[in-house]
Design a protein around this ligand. Structure first.
Ligand code: ADP
Ligand code: ZN
Ligand code: ZN
Length: 819
């Protein structure tokens, strides 16, 4: 009997499509296997089988699967369930989820560009078809699958390309690859010759005339724990030089004498070598109690919030929980909000868990992500995956624990494109599907999470003591409105901040300055007529970047030359308004010429290595003052920061969003937490024009509970989360009049179904992005209404609207639980 498969295509299609299976070689096909199918005009895609059956579709003529790519599934049944949930809940298609979930190498399509791996060496002979494709790629290094198909005259080359990828002959081309350089560390060990005990003894004698070299060699022996015989213990060059306090030339002397062997060691990545691991740090009494409480909580509840102040040792508690889960044969998923944080945490977890730890994130080369995916399917899978948002899509066999660190971070929410999911919430659902537990950890819980914990939906465990009981920093508010009036400010800096920086520098301590705006000047304005340059594609004013001498749109990235004169009045005086991180850096360099200064924001961290370098330099004390946007607030652990300056609290407080107070509190509390972590109490200078603002008072008093109480009252009054669920309906169109018409029509339809739960349509704060005009409808839904019903209504309204000939080119999408 003819077999058929329903497949998910990597396209935003409202439904799945059915294809027939070829008679040969399709016995093995089951749900979760990939097949190549034709779709649209001469295009081929890798699709995922979600169902195998014997019913031919009736509404359309069925096409045949062109190739079967897998003999065993690359997804587990739980992944399907999870995808389905995501698509339903976040009002997108399974195709959207599929695209987000799989690394490119696993979802080849006609458009995919591949390149030849010049280091490829074949063991087994390539088939004729494979050889033909390789020959084409040797001639021209990068080509799309479509082009290869045309030039080779072969049919169905996706299958051939896939097998070449599996053999390592090809790569999927990525933009990111160019940026990616593996992080390496220079390490050193004795040459085989020098490592012989007798020879080493001789060397000690020979080097007595080169005392510095001798000292260095002795230091090596000490650090490596070298015991003679054949144990070639390695030491990091950096550490060795620091400890021995000798210059590089002394070191090079030993390399020239063939005593040291130097090599680059890749760290913080897929680690193939088994490495020695150390014991867990013992927990202190507070951590131990929190740990016990979490375990007790998991007896009753699936989700537990660990509310622990900055530097209380939450990570140590996680490590103990992970060790237990692994002991029970379970897997752990450890989510972080930001790639920047992975380096520090990776090092800590590696020490304990060695090669049982896998790291998964989007700045790794695709081939490596494919490798991890495949590894998770096999026998030899990782026990712990440490990763950002997208690692919730990895296949797990036996997930037992999910840790969501810094759970309040809004980077867990994917904004664009669909699926616009919140990885924290999705991870909780994923864990529940496995019967696993979820631990949410943070010093500043999101209001939703805290609410869930206080009403008993989640467990709540508090950890209020910092490790070694160092006090939380002293937060000193500075009224810059008053200082401005008295003309006592030097640009964005108050006298107190300047003296505090000076004092810190004298004592060789470090400083972090936080300004939540990048660029040089957030705005440029004509002194004569008030003209402000705006982006021609978006409805926003442009930011001036001095380094580039350009105006940039932070929404679409478009850049403009700074005009010489005002296009409105031809006045030549264009003033800068406000301070971005770039301007702060400029000013600080002028004020403190002897200090070494670095800046961490989106402009300086385009590549992963740039990130790591800024953080490493600061950790090692090479930088005295670090200036940054919210990036510097995220869970980084530095040892010598004595002063943190918050330059302008008001930009955060005045942001037009119902979460702005919550976010402002979290940002200020988190960035303050970077001060005085290890040895002594730190100091935070909080500059603001609204010195009496309740949020400022709560930050100073470190009164999280008070902040929540105030915010919850407002949220209830104005029908916001956690009391109501929000859904934003976005509509986009090139023409503003047509959009108006369509948005109103949609609004009317929704009002019929949802009544007064519908607000709008309105213009969002940025009403035009990349030449498309935008309108937004807000839905406020009581939490007890089923999402399924809501989804049905929304999709019905959408399809009715789109059936109207006039509205065909309208783009509609949804943001569920927007952040
Ligand atoms: P948090 O995650 O709560 O901010 P961390 O786990 O990063 O705190 O701990 C802060 C610092 O204190 C880290 O450098 C960590 O190594 C150290 N620390 C915390 N608890 C312990 C412990 N039980 N043993 C040894 N070091 C600890
Ligand atoms: Zn002007
Ligand atoms: Zn723009």
């Amino acid at each position: 009997m003819k077999k058929y498969v329903d497949v998910i295509l990597p396209l935003p299609l409202p439904r799945n499509f059915t294809y027939s299976l070829p008679d040969e070689g399709s016995d093995e096909v089951k749900a979760g296997c990939r097949v190549v199918v034709p779709f649209g005009r001469k295009k081929y895609y890798t699709a995922i089988v979600c169902n195998v059956h014997y019913c031919a579709p009736t509404e359309y003529e069925v096409k045949e699967v062109s190739a079967v790519l897998d003999v065993s599934p690359i997804l587990f049944p739980k992944q399907f369930k999870f995808w389905e949930w995501l698509a339903d809940y976040y009002l997108c298609t399974q195709g959207d989820v599929y695209k987000a979930a799989l690394p490119s190498g696993l979802k080849l399509e006609s458009e995919t560009v591949v390149e030849y791996n010049p280091e490829f060496e074949t063991v087994e002979r390539l088939t004729d078809k494979e050889q033909c494709i390789v020959d084409l790629l040797v001639k021209e290094k990068e080509q799309s699958v479509t082009k290869l198909e045309k030039d080779s005259g072969l049919k169905n080359v996706l299958g051939v390309v896939k097998s070449l990828l599996d053999k390592g002959a090809l790569f999927v081309k990525e933009e990111l690859r160019r940026n990616y350089k593996p992080k390496t560390e220079t390490r050193v060990h004795l040459t085989a010759e020098a490592a012989k005990e007798e020879r080493l003894r001789e060397l000690f004698d020979e080097l007595s005339r080169a005392p510095k070299q001798l000292a260095l060699l002795m230091k090596y022996v000490e650090l490596s724990g070298f015991m003679g015989e054949n144990t070639l213990e390695e030491v990091s060059k950096k550490e060795l030089l620091q400890q021995a306090i000798v210059s590089v030339s002394v070191f090079n002397g030993l390399v020239e004498k063939h005593i040291f062997d130097v090599y680059e060691y890749e760290i913080g990545r897929l680690d193939k070598k088994q490495r020695g691991v150390v014991e867990l740090n013992p927990l202190n009494e507070f951590q131990d109690r929190a740990h016990e409480d979490i375990l007790a909580c998991f007896q009753q509840k699936n989700v537990c919030l660990l509310h622990g102040v900055t530097s209380s040792g939450k990570t140590e508690v996680y490590i103990h929980l992970i060790a237990e889960a692994i002991r029970q044969g379970k897997q752990v998923l450890y989510l972080l909000p930001e790639i920047a944080l992975t380096t520090q945490i990776t090092e800590r977890l590696r020490r304990v868990f060695g090669s049982r730890l896998g790291i998964y994130h989007s700045k790794f080369p695709d081939a490596e992500r494919v490798e991890i995916w495949q590894k998770q399917l096999g026998e030899n899978d990782y026990d712990i995956i440490l990763g950002v948002r997208s690692s919730i899509f990895l296949p797990f066999k036996n997930l037992g624990l999910v840790i969501v660190d810094e759970e309040h971070e809004n980077t867990y929410k994917q904004q664009d494109p669909a699926p616009r999911y919140n990885a924290r919430n999705a991870a909780i659902v994923l864990a529940a599907m496995y019967g696993a537990k979820t631990l949410l950890g943070t010093a500043t819980p999101s209001i939703e999470t805290y609410h869930n914990a206080t009403v008993g939906k989640y467990g709540l465990v508090e950890l209020k003591e910092r490790y070694k009981e160092i006090q939380l920093p002293e937060i000193i508010p500075v009224d810059i409105k008053e200082l401005h009036r008295k003309k006592r400010m030097s640009g964005p800096f108050s006298p107190l901040l300047l003296t505090s920086i000076t004092e810190a520098l004298v004592k060789k301590e470090q400083v972090i300055l936080f300004q939540n705006r990048r660029g040089f000047a957030p705005m440029v304005e004509c002194r004569t007529c008030g003209w402000v340059p705006k982006c021609k594609n978006c409805d926003v004013s442009l930011t001036y970047h001095k380094g580039l001498n350009q105006l940039t749109c932070h929404y679409c990235g478009y850049t403009y030359q700074l005009p010489r004169s005002c296009p409105a009045c031809e006045g030549v005086e264009l003033m800068h308004r406000g301070f971005g991180t770039e301007k702060i850096e400029d000013d600080i360099k002028t004020l403190f010429p002897e200090a070494s200064v670095a800046r961490m924001d989106m402009d300086t961290t385009r590549t992963r290595t740039a990130y790591e370098k800024i953080i490493a330099d600061f950790e090692e004390g090479k930088t005295d003052i670090l200036i940054g946007t919210q990036m510097v607030s995220k869970g980084l652990d530095f040892d010598h920061v004595s002063v943190v300056g918050i330059l302008n609290a008001d930009t955060m407080l005045n942001y037009p969003d119902f979460r702005s107070y919550e976010r402002a509190f979290q940002l200020m509390a988190q960035v303050s937490g970077r001060a005085g972590r290890k040895h002594k109490r730190g100091k935070v200078i909080l500059q603001t024009k609204s010195i009496d603002h309740s949020i400022i008072e709560q930050v100073i008093a470190n009164d999280y509970e008070q902040m929540v109480e105030g915010q919850l009252a407002e949220r209830q009054l104005f029908q916001y989360p956690p009391y109501y669920r929000l859904i934003y309906v976005y509509m986009k169109h090139r023409n503003s009049d047509s959009l108006e018409l369509m948005a109103n029509a949609m609004g009317e339809k929704l009002r019929v179904m949802f009544g007064s739960r519908v607000l709008g349509p309105d213009k969002p704060p940025v009403a035009r992005i990349q030449t498309l005009f935008i309108k937004k409808i807000v839905l406020k839904i009581e939490p007890n209404i089923s999402m399924e019903r809501v989804r049905e209504c929304l999709l019905r309204a959408q399809s009715e609207i789109l059936q109207d000939e006039r509205f065909k080119s309208l783009i509609i999408y949804y943001d569920v639980d927007p952040m």
